[in-house]
Design a protein around this ligand. Structure first.
Ligand code: SF4
Length: 502
């Protein structure tokens, strides 16, 4: 039976008020532009607009703005700030709309060059037995677990098809240096192809440094290869986290770092920290170790919920609140060093600060919308399979192939990057369109991570109220704003972290 249309004025479920209700805007002195807000402390709140500009104000200001209680006569400074920062406009369409749209485009310009980071899992073999290992290493059957030359060739071919003129080729493991001959083969081949395709290639080797030799270092120097290693803090933490049978992993890492620095230069060596349950008890000691070794940066990363990390729950599973407490204590120690004149920055904080305080996009895979997976990073696994991100291939090591995009043997560039799997992921990789994130004040500083959602909540879309990704980012961003608002010295230090100058 045909439905009888209900006249518009009689509908009970209409979402909008009558037109007259909005007419008051014409006499109230200003019009609202899109913005969101979040409580920072019991007295302060932050307003954030669509392009990530923010203002920290007295609590209740957002309500006053919406109720049209702010005026040039009563609150000249606040009124001026709100106009200048695109929270309100004296005209229905702001005069500087072009500026807003240019700023928005600039923030999203990381999409222009699409995938630039290409991870080659050159070997799954490793001589360490770290209990949190995220790649679930293997120790035997060398040739079965090394990437073949034909897979390297096809991977390079796909990398050359990237629209980006600047690409990064990152070698990971297992322990990548166990397959150093394959790395050499890949770099030599890439150098030739890059000339043909006009690409500038940055080479990175992720290594625990244990198999490092002078010959390897010489080759890295000649070819401007960047070294990324792991350092989990003082010897007693590092060696418990990163066990190497019959050897002292910490000594090998520290000696390796010093050799790399002297031959490659300090700026070409970096270290990453993985935070285990043990590490959480020693935030200050870890920072002090990084300072002792002369580092100017430290990355306070929580453990990822993948690989062997999920099996050793007693050592690796911890509450996000405990991690946040660790992060804050370590951050305070880092700030103390800066106040005392030693420049050292925390990398995760700096990434968020760049998003908050500069108009530029930040190429950090885990905090992007659209998400970094596929859009910024692709992984070619040792066996020729292709994954949407590093975390996605770690999941595959646990026999979950949800994020498997294809194979180097059979799939073309278009099938991998624009295939049906990519389409499914595209539906959930923009936080602007996710419930919870779409009205979150921190949307432009945060990102979307379907792999994390899927791993921790068994759902690509994710549920923000119980998401550990959300809980961690929301508190870290709130805390960074609170620190800047409460102490101008800290704001100055944070601004220096962005420029890299002390
Ligand atoms: S994940 Fe949480 S903090 Fe991040 S944008 Fe979404 S709701 Fe906001």
């Amino acid at each position: 039976m045909d439905k009888i249309p209900i006249p518009l004025q009689e509908r009970k479920t209409r979402k909008f008020n009558a037109f007259d209700c909005y007419a008051s805007e014409h006499t109230s002195g200003y019009f609202l532009l899109p913005f969101r807000f979040h409580e920072i402390t019991s007295e302060r709140e932050v307003l954030v607009n669509e392009i990530g500009d923010f203002l920290v104000v007295q609590k209740g200001t957002a309500e006053r703005i919406v109720k049209r209680e702010i005026s040039l006569d009563n609150d000249p400074e606040l009124y001026g700030d709100l106009i200048a920062n695109f929270f309100i406009s004296p005209t229905p369409v702001p005069g500087l709309l072009d500026v807003i749209s240019t700023r928005y485009r600039t923030k999203k310009s990381f999409l222009d060059s699409f995938t630039s980071l290409h991870i080659f899992v050159i070997s799954l073999r490793c001589e360490h037995t770290c209990h949190y290992c995220q790649v679930s290493r293997v120790t035997a059957e060398k040739h079965k677990y090394d990437m073949s030359e034909s897979h390297i060739d096809i991977g390079i071919n796909l990398m050359m098809q990237s629209p980006s003129p600047f690409v990064t080729m990152e070698f990971q493991g297992g322990e990548a240096l166990l397959a150093f001959e394959n790395i050499k083969y890949a770099i030599e081949r890439t150098k030739k192809e890059a000339l043909i395709y006009g690409k500038t290639v940055t080479y990175v080797i992720c290594t625990n440094l244990a198999p490092l030799t002078d010959e390897i270092l010489e080759y890295c120097k000649e070819n401007k290869v960047f070294i990324s290693t792991s350092l989990d803090g003082p010897e007693f933490i590092h060696n418990q986290n990163r066990h190497k049978p019959g050897a002292n992993s910490y000594r090998l890492a520290v000696d390796g770092i010093s050799k790399c620095r002297s031959i490659l230069g300090e700026e070409n060596v970096s270290a990453l920290l993985t935070t285990t349950k043990l590490s959480l008890q020693y935030p200050c000691e870890i920072v002090e170790e990084y300072v002792k070794l002369g580092f100017r940066n430290i990355f306070l990363r929580p453990i990822s919920p993948y690989g062997f990390a999920t099996r050793g729950e007693s050592k690796n599973k911890y509450d996000t609140l405990v991690f946040l407490d660790f992060y804050k204590k370590a951050l305070h120690r880092i700030i103390e060093y800066n106040i005392a004149g030693y420049f050292i920055r925390e990398d995760y904080t700096t990434i968020i600060l760049k998003k908050m305080l500069t108009p530029f996009p930040v190429g950090y895979v885990d905090l992007q919308s659209p998400a970094g997976l596929i859009n910024n990073v692709i992984v070619f696994n040792y066996d020729g399979s292709i994954y949407a991100s590093d975390e996605a291939r770690m999941l595959a090591e646990m026999n979950d192939f949800t994020f498997h995009l294809g194979s180097l043997d059979i799939n073309s560039y278009n099938e991998v990057f624009y295939g049906s799997k990519s389409d499914v992921l595209a539906e959930v990789f923009a936080n602007e369109a996710l419930a919870g994130c779409s009205d979150c004040a921190f949307q432009s500083y945060c990102g979307a991570d379907p792999v994390h959602n899927y791993t921790t909540q068994h759902d690509l879309y994710g549920y923000r109220p119980s998401s550990t990704f959300c809980q961690r980012n929301m508190e870290i961003i709130r805390y960074i704003i609170e620190l800047m608002d409460s102490d101008k010295r800290i704001e100055r230090i944070f601004r220096n972290w962005i420029t890299g100058k002390s």
